[in-house]
Write a protein that binds this ligand. Structure first.
Ligand code: GLU
Length: 452
C-alpha cells in the first residue's frame, strides 16, 4: 500500500471494561501522533463485544479521558453496533471450511493441555474437532453441548516487516487454532478487530509488543477474508517505576488518567513524557500536541521495555508550567478566581509544581497572610524603611539596602525574616517580583505582625 495521506488511517481500540491508564494513553497518543504527522486520520474504536464486562459508563469515561489528553478522533465506531458484519465474516469463513465447531469443555481442554505438557509437548490444540462426523456433532448437540468456533490456522511461518521490530515471523504450527466465537455466541476480540481493520481501511496497526503473536494470526485471517494486511508497528511495553509491567492494581492506584487528572497534572505533561520515553531526552517540556507530532518518528521508538516513573511526570509537569505563557494560563487563573494579571503569573510560575498551587500564591499577594515575625524590633525597622509607592521590581533592592543600613543585618539574616513576615512562608517566588504585587499597605501591616 502506498502511504499517501488519504489512505493513512490508524486506530486506538480500547475495551470499555475500565478507564484508561498510562499504558493505554501511550497507545492512543502514538496512533494520534502518527496520524497527525502523516496527514492521515485517527479512529477511536470501542472494542465492546464483551457485554458482560463492557459498560456505557466506562465508554463515556474513556471518551472523557481522550478529551482531557486532547486526542480528538476523526472516525468513531462501537463494535457492539457492528455485529452483523462479524456474523457475515464468520459465515464466509465457515463456508470456506476455515471456521470449525468444537465441543470440548474448558475442563477437557485443560486435561488435554496437561497431558501434552506431561509428555513434553507444546500445549497446542489437537484439532480433534476436525475429525468429528456430522453424526458425532448431532449427538453432542443433542446432549445439549454448544460449539465454540476455531479458526483453522495454516501451519506456516507468517512474516511481516514491523516498523519498530523489523522482520518478524510467527510460526502457525506453534499456535492453537484461535477461538473466534464462544459457545454463548459472543465474538472474542480477534474477528471483530480484523473485520473492522479491513472495513475502516486501517493502514497501520500501532500497538504493544504483547500483540505480536496475535498479528501472525490476524494476518492469516485478513488474507482468508480476501483483504490485504495493514502495516504493523509493535512498540515495547510500559513498565512501572520498579521495572515490572503495570498491573491492574497499579492502574487503579496512581496510573489511571483519572487519578493523574485528579492529582492535578497537566495533560500535556503526560503526552510529552509518553511520546519521548525510550528516547535519549524523555523529560522535555513540550507545550502542544502539534509540536510533539512534528518530531514524532515511530521508527525511533526502541525495542527495549521502558519505565514510567511518576517522578519524571512531575518534572515535565513543572517544566511545562514554568514555560506556560500568561495567555494560556489566564482562563484557568480566572476559573480559580486568582487571575491577578501577567506580572503575577510571571512571578509565581517558576515556583509551581502543579497549577492549583497558584491559589496559594494569590493568597500570599492578596492576603490574608499570617505573618511570621521572629524579631519584632527588626520588623518594625523594616516597616519604617518601606519606600513610598509606586513600586516596581527595583523596590526590593532599594528597600533591603535601607533595612541593611538601619539594622546591620545581611544575607539570610536580612532576607529570611522579611520573607517570613511578608509571605508567612520560608520559600517562594522571588520577592523582588512579589513585593510590588503585595503593595505597601499590606507589606506594612504584615511587618507589624498583623493579619491583613
Ligand atoms: N481492544 C484491544 C486491546 O485493548 C485492541 C488491541 C489492538 O490494537 O488490536 O488490547
Amino acid at each position: 500500500m502506498t502511504a499517501s495521506p488519504e489512505n493513512i488511517v490508524v486506530r486506538f481500540a480500547p475495551s470499555p471494561t475500565g478507564r484508561l491508564h498510562v499504558g493505554n494513553a501511550r497507545a492512543a497518543l502514538f496512533n494520534w501522533l502518527f496520524a497527525k504527522k502523516s496527514g492521515g486520520r485517527f479512529m477511536l474504536r470501542m472494542d465492546d463485544t464483551d457485554d458482560e464486562r463492557s459498560t456505557p459508563e466506562f465508554a463515556a469515561g474513556i471518551e472523557a479521558d481522550m478529551a482531557w489528553l486532547g486526542l480528538s478522533h476523526d472516525i468513531f465506531a462501537r463494535q457492539s453496533e457492528r455485529l452483523a458484519r462479524y456474523e457475515a465474516a464468520a459465515t464466509q469463513l465457515k463456508q470456506a471450511g476455515l471456521l470449525y465447531p468444537c465441543y470440548e469443555s474448558a475442563m477437557e481442554l485443560d486435561r488435554k493441555r496437561k497431558r501434552q505438557m506431561a509428555r513434553g509437548l507444546p500445549p497446542v490444540y489437537d484439532r480433534a474437532a476436525l475429525a468429528l462426523s456430522d453424526e458425532d456433532r448431532a449427538k453432542l448437540e443433542a446432549e445439549g453441548r454448544k460449539p465454540h468456533w476455531r479458526f483453522r490456522l495454516e501451519q506456516v511461518h507468517t512474516a511481516f516487516d514491523d516498523l519498530i521490530q523489523g522482520h518478524v515471523e510467527v510460526d502457525g504450527a506453534s499456535l492453537s487454532d484461535p477461538v473466534l466465537i464462544r459457545e454463548d455466541g459472543r465474538f472474542l476480540y480477534t474477528l471483530p478487530s480484523v473485520v473492522d481493520d479491513i472495513d475502516f481501511g486501517i493502514s497501520h496497526v500501532i500497538r504493544g509488543s504483547d500483540h505480536i503473536t496475535n498479528t501472525g494470526v490476524q494476518i492469516q485471517l485478513i488474507r482468508a477474508l480476501g483483504a490485504t494486511p495493514p502495516v504493523y508497528a509493535h512498540y515495547s511495553l510500559l513498565n512501572g517505576p520498579e521495572g515490572r509491567p503495570l498491573s491492574k492494581r497499579d492502574d487503579a492506584a496512581s496510573f489511571s488518567l483519572q487519578a493523574l487528572r485528579e492529582a492535578g497534572y497537566e495533560p500535556m505533561a503526560l503526552n510529552a513524557l509518553l511520546a519521548r520515553l525510550g528516547t535519549p531526552d524523555p523529560v522535555e517540556p513540550v507545550l502542544a500536541l502539534a509540536a510533539l507530532a512534528e518530531t514524532f518518528d515511530i521508527a525511533r521508538l526502541g525495542r527495549a521495555d521502558i519505565r514510567f516513573d511518576p517522578a519524571d511526570l512531575a518534572r515535565v509537569n513543572a517544566a511545562i508550567l514554568h514555560l506556560t505563557p500568561y495567555e494560556a494560563a489566564q482562563p484557568r487563573l480566572a476559573a480559580l478566581g486568582c487571575d491577578l494579571g501577567p506580572d503575577f503569573w510571571a512571578a509565581v510560575r517558576p515556583n509551581l509544581a502543579l497549577f492549583a498551587e497558584v491559589a496559594g500564591w494569590a493568597r500570599v499577594v492578596r492576603g490574608p497572610v499570617e505573618p511570621v515575625i521572629e524579631d519584632a524590633g527588626f520588623a518594625a525597622a523594616a516597616a519604617a524603611a518601606l519606600p513610598p509607592e509606586p513600586w516596581d521590581e527595583a523596590t526590593w533592592g532599594l528597600w533591603t539596602g535601607a533595612v541593611k543600613a538601619a539594622t546591620g543585618a545581611k544575607g539570610k539574616a536580612l532576607f529570611m525574616p522579611l520573607r517570613l513576615a511578608l509571605t508567612g512562608r520560608p520559600h517562594g517566588p522571588e520577592l523582588k517580583n512579589l513585593l510590588p504585587l503585595i503593595g505597601r499597605r499590606r507589606a506594612e501591616t504584615r511587618l507589624r505582625g498583623l493579619t491583613d
